[in-house]
Design a protein around this ligand. Structure first.
Ligand SMILES: Cc1cc2nc3c(=O)[nH]c(=O)nc-3n(C[C@H](O)[C@H](O)[C@H](O)COP(=O)(O)OP(=O)(O)OC[C@H]3O[C@@H](n4cnc5c(N)ncnc54)[C@H](O)[C@@H]3O)c2cc1C
Length: 433
């Protein structure tokens, strides 16, 4: 019996939309299914989009897509009690077209991307929570929703971090995500006048500022960091917290974000801003969160569903990998359509592409960092050490001056970290990063 479509894509996030656009532009009859009331309704990112992968399907996308601001500065720093220490990075190249990073709000970008898929000829249907894959032995032949089966020789799973379609199946035999490879993202959006944003963050019209903080102020054992990004007329603020570190501590994520917002360095940026949105979402990061395979008979898995989120404590990048892997899956599906063969052997070209484009390397090569970055001392002792040291160096008290080596020793002692431990952690971080 003939199939209903050439390909079915589940999930209209960055991965699914990119995939559907490429498939439709390549002449495939593609169905894109989204469980939200509209594409983007359920999606959440910080988020800074490094979107050059979109060039392949949407030239000049940054002029047409409803992005917020192009990022011209990144700040990275440490927050403790009421102290903040940070470093700014500005790059002249970031001010020139094609801009490299943009702050985005997913409700806008994903809705627009889904429209591009539709314009290219894809059938996009929202409010369809796909129940399961349609397994025919070891082969996937489309999806099942509400008792109805929709068939295609190729199904692309782009259903995000908590990929219900793959969990508990041969794709991901475990029924749940691994807490040690999962992070919790919490985000709030605040409305603020664009002129105030530009004045407060020292950026021009259309320009954006992004900052990421290692937060040494959470209850002991809770590991995480915060971010603040400027949008057109809003600020996106949030936390990324190690999920395993939240277990059994009786700490609510809402308490953590309140603590973050009350820090003087953050509170001053939020002055006069009005909370308009909030949300939380799981993020499966790094090589440890990969599925059992990236392809099989009749299926491929892309984006967050495949664990393609790179997060090293300084940056979180998932949207770019979602777009890239969605496109690679689409290329492979088009090739399979041409050959009239969507078997596991044919779809192995997807893994080959993941390898050739560096995606697999980006995750395999940084496996050690995925563990090292959650060293508890990075979130307690070291933020305390550096902020104590700067406090001692920068505060004039009238007391006799001390040599830097002595100040560093005292700050280190007060943070409770030995020189040997500091050196070992430094070397381990350097080697893994
Ligand atoms: C707080 C936070 C901050 C982040 N910051 C950044 C950042 O600054 N930069 C960056 O690049 N990345 C960031 N990320 C990661 C980024 O959001 C993800 O990597 C990206 O959204 C992955 O895209 P995706 O298309 O794979 O999945 P998603 O965006 O999650 O899309 C999956 C889609 O599938 C749909 N779906 C799920 N199940 C079904 C079903 N059964 N049937 C039909 N539809 C279904 C969902 O509704 C959704 O639309 C952040 C994430 C969080 C949570």
């Amino acid at each position: 019996m003939a199939d209903d479509f050439d390909a079915i894509v589940v999930g209209a996030g960055m991965a699914g939309c990119a995939s559907a656009i490429r498939l439709a532009k390549g002449g495939a009859n593609v169905l894109l299914l989204e469980r939200g009331s509209e594409p983007g309704a359920k999606n959440l990112s910080g988020g800074v989009l490094w979107g050059h992968d979109l060039d392949a399907i949407l030239p000049n996308w940054w002029h047409e897509m409803p992005v917020e601001r192009h990022i011209v500065r990144k700040r990275f720093g440490f927050l403790t009690g009421d102290r903040a220490l940070s470093l700014d990075f500005e790059d002249g190249d970031w001010r020139k077209e094609p801009f490299v990073g943009h702050s985005v709000l997913r409700a806008r970008t994903d809705a627009w991307l889904a429209q591009q898929a539709e314009a290219a000829g894809a059938t996009v249907v929202a409010s369809v929570p796909v129940d399961r894959l349609n397994w025919d032995g070891t082969r996937v032949r489309g999806v099942v929703q509400g008792g109805e089966t929709m068939t295609a020789p190729v199904t692309i799973l782009a259903d995000g971090a908590n990929s219900r379609l793959s969990l508990g199946t041969p794709i991901r035999p475990e029924p749940h995500l691994k807490p040690e490879a999962t992070e919790l993202g919490i985000k709030e959006v605040f409305r603020l006048d664009p002129a105030v944003i530009e004045d407060r963050f020292q950026v021009g019209p259309g320009e954006g500022h992004a900052e990421e903080w290692v937060t040494g102020m959470f209850p002991p054992g809770v590991l995480g960091g915060g971010f603040l990004y400027t949008n057109r007329d809003t600020l996106s603020l949030g936390l990324i917290v190690n999920l395993a570190s939240l277990y059994d501590r009786g700490v609510y994520s809402t308490e953590l974000i309140e603590q973050f917002k009350l820090h003087p360095a953050i509170a001053s940026r939020l002055k006069g801003a009005e909370l308009v949105e909030y949300g939380a979402k799981l993020i499966s990061t790094g090589w440890a969160s990969r599925p059992a395979a990236f392809h099989g008979d009749g299926w491929m898995i892309a984006g967050d569903a495949a664990g393609f989120v790179y997060s090293n404590g300084l940056v979180i990048q998932g949207m770019n990998y979602a777009i890239r892997t969605g496109l690679l899956a689409a290329e492979t599906a088009l090739e399979a359509k041409g050959a009239g063969d969507a078997t596991v052997a044919r779809l192995a070209a997807y893994d080959r592409r993941l390898g050739e484009t560096g995606v697999l390397g980006d995750f395999k090569d940084f496996q050690r960092l995925d563990q090292v970055k959650w060293n508890p001392r990075f979130y307690t002792a070291y933020p305390k050490f550096v902020t104590e040291l700067f406090h001692a160096m920068m505060t004039e008290t009238g007391a006799p001056k001390q040599k830097m080596s002595r100040l560093a020793k005292e700050a280190r002692k007060s943070a409770g970290v030995s020189m040997t431990r500091l050196l070992r952690d430094g070397v381990e971080l350097y080697r893994s990063a």
